[in-house]
Ligand binder design. Structure first.
Ligand code: ADP
Ligand code: ZN
Ligand code: ZN
Length: 816
């Protein structure tokens, strides 16, 4: 009798032990998946951790339901990396696994399945069990796995579903993703009896009266001798200039045969089409400095201003790496994963590129996963958002983290609350791979690491083609308001510049950090503004739908006619969002095409790409948007960037707010003037004397770095102290307050003044839960490991306090 430790994708920290027989024990390897029963009526897919002969004490082990893999889908190295993540970010290995694996790998009781749109299914290829489920799904549009269990025998349910998934007959219901339609492409070949030259000639002789059919055969024969690749029906039709019916009559006669090949859903049509650009002097120097730095450093930071041509440098490094047969991971913030960049890289690397991110369907992600696992050429370079870190690399040689300063590399919720940039350093280490970070505005942490010698540092301060950095002007809107030089939210300076630019046929980008029409509706009689019933925030007015919406929980209601408190019809709007700017623009510039880019306008899978394309094709004259605009876009014809209001960035209550504002404003400004003509940036603000704005306007990263670093030092923040945030949530305000005070006091015994709070966050209630935060600051001299142990011990005692049993705790290490 053997035992199997399985990791389940749940928040519990221990593994679970099942019994297996001798054969199973011999077959199972760590990283394979097994379906196991759990609790009274649940089934989970778990990951094999280890097989042993140690009977667990105190309970009887159940046997597993089924083994789902012939080979591990997870590598030993991945498991090691994930164990590190679980320990570092204080969560369970199961939670990491749940985040890491595409959901199609982790079928469980809660999973819902349905038929795919495919209809040319051959029933004969199904086993009895598969057929039963298939039939059940004909009568019912979707099935819970638990329902499926009662239809079939419990033991094999997960494996039957897995087979149907692999055969593309069913799919997992996912509301977030676009529907997946299998792409089957039609191919044509000669029937086997005609493949010899002799038989073909005979055949052609019999077809003298059907010249078109003869033509098709001749072309097919020619294509066959030119290329060994499959010949698609479409290309044959085109080559021989016939209609589909000619080909059909040949197949009807049995001379031609049709067959289907499933095309990878994420497929690029790509031959590599352009030669790699030659680097200019500054780029070439930077490249050789990076390579030299890699001789002694595992991590190098490339600090290169916007449009300095960092991507071309990455391309060179990737080229060398793949020539040596290694895999490359190119990580970007989700939002920078534009078709623009992907197209650019495809031109260099063609089909060696795979893209991996959450906007893709599960099936697409499974495909990339398998390609990476099997070290396939077509996944030699993976471009992806933070979750691409979890792919099963075999032979990873190089990781690039572009826009390394981006906060979206950090996952806030759910656990693991990991930072993909930092976790990638550990991953590179495990693979003995090199890692390059790039940014025009590095995070304070990374720059500090580079300055203190922990990372290599290479700088590139010139824009490509000697394009000048944009000319940045601050516009004092307090002054402008006083002098009545504002039209709506536009200063006369901004309007003047816009007119000039538009007249020349150039484009304008306007940045506004908020979506919606106008954040707050306020009654001018009694001063009350409508609040979300579930969260402590004011509702945001969306003109387009005439609604008030909560951006935290999605609550919405129709805009009211009169004040709910006093009944007066004196509702007014305060503050403003992208939608309102768009509306103002339409009256200010009726002759120009205005578009908006924010979360509301980019919901569909392709809407973001469409907007970018329209901008590229100059079908849009003025684009107004949120920070979505700031990332990695490269347009030729934008000569003016306007920031509508810089103050709400600067006033954000967070120790990173100033650093963030600098980064965001520099990145947005970087969209201006990427060609010979110098770009112009206008930043409207009530506070033009703010240090950060001055530093932005003269493009002085170093001054910003120095000043911010000093503040971080004085106030004990990263990079000098580490932080762990502990978040408490409960429906009852008093309870969550007491719980956080209890916890805080327990921590203070050990960590004294390095415990901050508890205090409520700026928004003290979200989705009807009250929130309290505790912050643990950890000096560099204090052991991080021991600190976490201590917190875990406190948490254990906390969990045994009955009064607090409903209080949820989240722990966020290196919180953002
Ligand atoms: P960054 O990533 O630093 O913002 P990019 O790599 O996007 O800069 O380069 C900015 C622009 O300059 C792009 O349009 C790119 O095609 C062009 N460019 C950069 N390097 C070269 C080069 N060596 N030859 C030709 N064009 C280049
Ligand atoms: Zn009122
Ligand atoms: Zn709400």
């Amino acid at each position: 009798m053997y035992f199997l430790d399985v990791i389940l994708p749940i928040p519990l920290k221990q593994s679970f032990t099942y019994s297996v027989n001798n054969d199973e024990a011999a077959f199972l390897k760590p990283g394979m998946r097994v379906a196991v029963p759990f609790g009274k009526a649940k089934v989970y897919t778990g990951i094999v951790f280890q097989v042993h002969a140690q009977q667990p004490m105190g309970y009887e082990t159940k046997s597993i339901d089924h083994i789902l893999d012939e080979e591990p889908v997870i590598t030993p190295l991945q498991l090691k990396h994930w164990e590190w993540m679980a320990a570092y970010y204080m969560c369970s290995l199961g939670e990491v696994i749940k985040a890491a694996l595409p959901s199609a790998f982790l079928l469980e009781s809660e999973t819902i399945i349905k038929l795919t749109a495919r209809n040319n299914m051959e029933e004969a290829t199904l086993s009895d069990d598969e057929f039963v489920l298939f039939e059940a799904l004909q009568h019912q549009s979707s099935l819970h796995i638990n329902d499926a269990r009662s239809i079939l025998d419990r033991k094999n349910i997960v494996s039957v579903i897995q087979k149907l998934l692999d055969k593309n007959i069913i799919e997992i219901e996912e509301t977030v993703y676009e529907q997946y339609t299998p792409k089957l492409k039609r191919y044509i070949k000669l029937a086997p009896q005609f493949t010899s030259e002799e038989s073909l000639r005979e055949l052609l002789d019999t077809l003298t009266r059907a010249p078109k059919q003869r033509d098709v055969l001749m072309h097919l024969f020619m294509l066959n001798s030119q290329t060994r690749k499959p010949i698609s029906s479409a290309s044959l039709q085109k080559k021989s200039k016939v209609t589909a019916s000619v080909i059909k009559s040949l197949t009807d006669k049995g001379i031609l045969e049709e067959y289907f090949i499933q095309h990878d859903r994420v497929e690029f049509s790509g031959e590599t089409s352009i030669e790699v650009k030659s680097l200019n002097q500054a780029q070439a120097t930077a490249l050789s400095e990076i390579e030299a730095s890699f001789q002694t450093n595992d991590v190098v930071l490339l600090h290169g201003v916007t449009s300095s041509g960092k991507t071309e440098i990455y391309v060179r490094l990737i080229e060398k790496m793949i020539a040596s047969g290694k895999q490359v991971l190119y990580m970007l913030p989700e939002i920078a994963l534009t078709t623009q960049l992907i197209n650019r890289l495809q031109k260099y690397f063609g089909e060696k590129i795979s893209v991996y991110h959450s906007r893709f369907s599960v099936n697409e992600r499974v495909e990339v996963w398998k390609n990476v696992l099997n070290n396939k050429a077509k996944a030699q370079v993976v471009i992806g958002a933070r979750s691409s870190l979890f792919l099963p690399f075999r032979n990873l040689g190089f990781i690039i983290i572009d826009e390394e300063h981006e906060p979206s590399f950090k996952q806030y919720s759910p656990a693991p609350r990991y930072n993909a940039r930092d976790s990638a350093i550990v991953l590179a280490n495990l693979h003995k791979a090199k890692l390059l970070m790039g940014s025009a505005t590095p995070s304070l942490e990374s720059y500090h690491n580079a300055k203190s010698g922990k990372f290599g540092l290479v700088t590139l301060m010139k824009r490509f083609g000697n394009v000048m950095m944009p000319d940045i002007e601050l516009v004092d809107i307090k002054e402008k308001t006083r002098k009545k030089q504002m039209t709506g939210h536009f200063s006369d300076r901004l309007l003047e510049e816009m007119r000039e630019v538009l007249k020349n046929g150039e484009q304008v980008i306007l940045f506004q950090n908020r979506r919606g029409f106008s954040p707050v509706v306020e009654c001018t009689t009694c001063g009350i503004s409508p609040q979300c019933p579930n969260c402590d925030v004011s509702l945001t007015y969306h003109q387009h739908k005439n609604q008030l919406r909560c951006h935290y929980c999605g609550y919405h209601m129709a805009m009211m006619q009169s004040c709910i408190a006093c009944g007066s019809e004196t509702l007014d709007t305060k503050g403003f969002g992208t939608e309102q700017i768009e509306t103002e623009l339409k009256t200010l510039f009726p002759d120009y095409k205005v578009a908006r880019m924010d979360q509301d306008t980019t919901k569909g899978k392709h809407s973001y790409a469409k907007l970018i394309e329209a901008l590229e094709n100059e079908e849009i004259n003025i684009l107004v948007g949120t920070q979505m605009l700031a990332k990695g876009l490269d347009f030729r014809n934008i000569s003016l960037v306007g920031v509508m209001n810089a103050d709400n960035l600067l006033n954000f209550p967070d120790f990173r707010a100033h650093e963030r504002s600098f980064q965001l404003l520099q990145q947005v400004s970087g969209r201006a003037g990427r060609t010979q003509k110098r770009g112009k940036v206008l930043i409207q603000t009530y506070n033009p004397y703010h240090q950060i704005l001055k530093q932005v306007s003269v493009n002085d990263y170093n001054a910003m770095y120095k000043e911010q670093l000093e503040e971080r030092y004085n106030y004990k923040y990263p990079p000098f102290f580490r932080t762990i945030k502990i978040v408490f949530k409960d429906k009852n305000l008093a309870r969550v307050q007491n719980a956080s005070i209890w916890f805080g006091q327990a921590l203070e015994i050990q960590f004294k003044e390095n415990i901050l709070g508890p205090e409520p966050p700026p928004i003290g209630r979200i989705k009807n839960k009250f929130i309290m935060n505790l912050l643990v600051k950890i000096p560099k001299s204090q052991s991080l490991e021991k600190t976490k142990k201590y917190i875990e011990n406190v948490q254990r005692s906390f969990n045994s306090v009955k009064e607090f049993s409903s209080v949820r705790i989240n722990i966020d290490v290196d919180n953002y």
